[in-house]
Every structure is written in C-alpha cells, then in structure tokens.
Design a binder for this molecule. Structure first.
Ligand code: OAD
Length: 231
C-alpha cells in the first residue's frame, strides 16, 4: 500500500549514511583513506602481492562494522519500505547496515564486506563474521573480498540495474555521499533528467548540491524529521 504521493522512491546512500553508526567515512576528517594507504590494502595489485595482508585489513573493517549498529535513519528507511510498494536503496556502502536494519531491495554498487569471490571459479560466497571462515577457495586460489577496489571495474549489470531503477523513480533522496566517485556520482543527474523530485541530505554542501530541488543540511539519523511530511 502506498501512503505517499510518490510511487517509486530511491534512497541513494554513501558513507555519511553510516557515519553516525560509527563506521568511518572515506574522505573528510576521520576518513579511512587518511589513515590507510589504499595502495597497500585496497587494490588488486596489493592483493596479488600480499593476499593475507589485504584480507587481514578487511577483517579489521568487518570487526569495526560489526561493532556498529544501524541508527534511526536506517530504521526509518526500513519502516517506510514496509508501508510503501516501491522503495529501493542504491548504496555505495559495503557495510550491509541497511540490511541489518531490516531493509531489503538494496543495490550494492561497490560490493559487500560480507561477500568473498573466486575469480578463477567465478563464484561469490556469503561470509558474515569478524574473521573470514576461509581465505582460500576449494581450487586453492585466495578468495578476495567482493568489493570494488581502486582500479577495479564496477559490475556493469549492477550499474545498469541501478540506472534503470533511478530513471523510473519519482522521488530521489541522496544521503551522505560526497558525490565524487563515478559512475555513482552521475545518478543524481540521471534522476533529475528523468523528472524525479530530488532531495539531498548531507551535513554539508557537496559538489552536486546544485542539482537538487532541495538541499537539507542535516544528519542521516534525522531523516524522519527531514522527510516525514514529504514522503
Ligand atoms: P565520502 O567519505 O566521500 O563522503 C561522505 C559524505 O557524507 C560527505 O559528503 C559528508 O559531508 C557526509 N556526511 C558525513 N556524516 C554525515 C551524517 N551524519 N549525515 C549525513 N551526511 C554525512 O563517502 P562516499 O560519497 O560514500 O568507494 O564515497 C564514495 C566512494 O568513495 C565509496 O563508496 C568508496 C570510496 O572510495 C569504494 O570503495 C569503491
């Protein structure tokens, strides 16, 4: 049942969505790319050079994410999904926090910390927990986190899926993304060009703020306050 004037709603989320849960963002103060050198931990070359080093770094990230909990913003989206026919989340986050809040219909553009894959066997396995349950595939090759690292291509089918959903939505709400990483950074323009009403919620202006019909300077945990009278 729809209880809003919008028929298809897309939430487009980035690291700022999870920041108040305690998951660090990528850029800005406290961002993980200030603390860690991605060339050592987040690219295929680093993995080929020293797979266990890279896997251990991702175990540290898994543990820090499992120590965090979804906040009221995640819960609001999950509740809205229960009362509305068509709510999709297109996220750049790999932390699975939307799903932990009970949300489904989540398109993960940059993969998931909870998936491992074997590029030789073309398999993806779900593996939830602080430590990886196994680091090698049955074929003997190291499993790699199924997330998009620096220099990786994004999964074109997932991008296509997200793009189609965004082109059809009539309400597009961007939350907590700096909007600088492509191709995700092109999605707000895509929503706008196809006639969606576009809202940005961020603690500061972004490079894409000019595109939005409304820019709300505010916190992701307070989405309900920002949106309840609109959705
Ligand atoms: P960024 O770290 O670039 O940006 C986080 C954004 O969240 C900033 O614009 C902040 O102002 C905003 N923000 C912080 N706290 C907030 C809060 N409590 N409420 C609302 N907004 C808040 O993160 P992303 O835009 O997600 O890619 O970064 C995009 C991609 O860059 C990531 O998915 C990752 C990274 O490299 C890969 O790993 C492939």
């Amino acid at each position: 049942m729809n209880n809003t004037k919008y028929s298809k709603i897309v939430f487009f989320t980035g690291a700022g969505m999870s920041a108040e849960s305690g998951v660090p963002t990528y850029r800005g103060s406290g961002g993980i790319w200030h603390k860690y050198n991605w060339e050592e931990f987040a690219c295929q070359k680093a993995f080929d050079r020293n797979p266990t080093n890279v896997l251990e770094f991702h175990e540290v990230r898994r543990k820090s994410v499992l120590d965090c909990q979804p906040h009221n913003g995640h819960k609001f989206i999950s509740e809205l999904q229960k009362s509305h026919d068509d709510v999709t989340i297109v996220t750049q986050n790999i932390d699975g926090m939307h799903q932990r809040a009970g949300t489904d219909n989540v398109v993960e553009l940059h993969g998931s910390l909870w998936h491992l894959r074997c590029d030789k066997c073309s398999i993806i396995i779900e593996d939830i927990g602080e430590s990886f349950s196994k680091m090698k595939c049955d074929c003997g090759k190291y499993l790699r986190p199924d997330i998009v690292w620096f220099g990786d291509m994004l999964n074109s089918q997932i991008i296509q899926q997200a793009s189609e959903i965004i082109q059809e939505c009539d309400l597009f709400i961007s939350i907590g993304t700096s909007g600088v990483v492509w191709p995700a950074a092109g999605f707000p323009q895509e929503a706008k060009s196809n006639g969606a009403y576009c809202i940005e919620i961020n603690t500061e202006q972004t490079e894409l703020s000019y595109l939005f019909d409304e820019v709300i300077i505010g916190k992701a945990s307070e989405i309900k306050k920002h949106l309840s009278f609109r959705t």
